[in-house]
Design a protein around this ligand. Structure first.
Ligand code: ADP
Ligand code: MG
Length: 455
């Protein structure tokens, strides 16, 4: 290898720059930030990458384009050679894809106490809605701490965030036995932190989190307003980051949309790779149902699967619960599942799904418009009856048709306390009992909201 003596690295730099302008920044950072130029000779340019997985992905996605660019720029035919960098000392040879069913847990060593064993990559169906996040997660699992660090996965309720980060945890736990994987929800992190202060066991808390090799924190939107926990996480983050330990976070929205989060923590979350999960398409919903059905060991006619796929459009959790409901019924009455039974049993599910991908913002806009107010009125401090009632109604509707918690709803309504939201819902419910016109009004508004949110 001649290093840079031929000056061909210029061609390489330029080719990569061109490619960068053609793909998204996210994609670029995903596949090229972990790659470095090694050297070249007359025929080939050599780069190094962190893993075989990474090499194969880059080859599949970009090899032709890069080689074409190199040829245009230099007038010669360069091929691109890949070297795999030894990532860390404890790394074992890259595991090959399991060829058998992932039922071999007994052979794979002890399950991880904080992770659900069924949350694995093998059980995660990849579709166009999640392939980017899934590929990033798999790359991380093969080479924790070396490439995409930190990684933040965001997306609405029931779209697979927890499944995906736990898959990373399970995979690392089984493939790299000497690495310590720690999984925690932001809520439990907060509770443990508070308890450790109260019981004067801070060092125990710090030991747990600062000696993790892979730290997975689920649902960081929960940290909003928890200033001291944020501060603690900030220090944990820095300690792990400096030690090249892998961190993966999940959030129900892009970090930029989180309120009540310290800027320095926000910028840490945004530092690495941010990937999103979208609701699955019809085809992916169908594939997910088939997989779940096989896992459950039941037979369900294709027409029933397509019926469910067509009608449950919100997220994977709703899809699963429709299927579970159907299976439970069939077992209970000891009947085969037919199209008629499915239609009958899932009537309610189809007509009134919790439309969890509806945004609070949309609800606020709709309610405000209905009452001739602005969304700022709903979020603001004024307590005149003209505003209070619509505000309470908007909170009530949010609780009815989304899965946001009272805490989250409170935050979105001008940083109000969760008890305020609970109180608002009670007020509306008691008014409905005395005022018969209210219920149809509410249904009317909900219908408009759902229509607007269905793309
Ligand atoms: P989130 O954490 O985003 O709310 P979860 O990870 O809890 O969502 O997913 C909800 C349910 O849907 C889980 O049971 C999970 O296994 C399942 N699920 C989500 N995405 C997929 C997928 N792509 N393939 C298979 N199952 C999925
Ligand atoms: Mg989750």
């Amino acid at each position: 290898m001649e290093g840079d003596t031929l000056g061909y690295s210029l061609f390489w730099d330029e080719a990569i720059n061109q490619l960068r302008s053609e793909i998204s920044e996210q994609e670029f950072s995903m596949w090229f930030s972990g790659m470095s130029y090694v050297g070249c000779n007359e025929e080939a340019i050599t780069v190094s990458v962190p893993s075989y997985f990474y090499r194969d992905q880059v080859k599949q996605r970009y090899l032709t384009r890069i080689e074409e660019k190199l040829q245009e720029l230099s007038g010669r035919n360069f091929s691109l050679d890949f070297e795999i960098r030894p990532a860390r000392q404890s790394e074992k040879p890259v595991p090959t894809q399991p060829t058998t069913q992932p039922k071999q847990n007994a052979k794979r060593g002890k399950p991880h106490p904080e992770l659900r064993p069924e949350y694995t990559f093998e059980n995660f169906v990849i579709g166009e809605n999640n392939s980017f996040a899934a590929n990033a997660a798999m790359a991380i699992a093969r080479n924790p701490g070396t490439g995409y660090n930190p990684c933040l996965v965001y997306g609405g309720v029931g779209l697979g965030k927890t499944h995906l980060v736990q898959s990373i945890g399970n995979s690392v736990h089984h493939e790299f036995r000497d690495l310590k994987v720690v999984y925690v929800t932001a809520e439990n992190f907060t509770n443990e932190f508070i308890r450790s202060i109260r019981e004067k066991k801070m060092h125990q808390f710090k030991n747990k989190y600062r000696y993790a090799d892979v730290l997975l924190i689920d649902d960081i939107h929960f940290l909003q307003k928890k200033t001291e926990t944020q501060e603690e996480l900030f220090h944990t983050f820095n300690a792990l980051y400096d030690a090249n330990k892998q961190m993966v976070f999940t959030c129900d929205r892009p970090v930029s949309e989180l309120r009540e989060l310290a800027d320095r923590l926000r910028s840490r979350f945004e530092r690495g790779l941010n990937v999103d999960l979208q609701p699955p398409s019809y085809e992916t919903r169908f594939a997910i149902l088939k997989k779940k059905m096989e896992a459950a060991g039941v037979q369900i006619p294709e027409e029933v699967i397509s019926l469910i796929s067509a009608n449950v459009t919100t997220n994977v959790r709703d899809l699963e619960s429709a299927l579970t409901k159907l299976i439970a019924y069939a077992e209970l009455v000891n009947k085969n599942i037919t199209l008629d039974i499915a239609k009958q049993q899932l009537k309610d599910v189809f007509s009134n799904p919790k439309q969890s991908n509806i945004s609070i913002d949309l609800i606020q806009r709709q309610v405000a418009e209905y009452f001739g107010l602005s969304t700022n009125d709903l979020k603001g401090k004024k307590r005149t009856q003209v505003i209070t009632f619509p505000r309470q109604l908007a909170m009530y509707i949010t609780r009815e048709i989304t899965e946001y918690s009272t805490t989250e709803v409170g935050l979105e309504f001008g940083g109000r306390d969760h008890t305020t939201v609970m109180h608002a819902c009670q007020r509306i419910e008691s008014r409905m009992r005395t005022d018969a016109t209210l219920e149809p009004t509410i249904q009317n508004i909900i219908r408009t909201i759902k229509e607007k949110s269905a793309r």
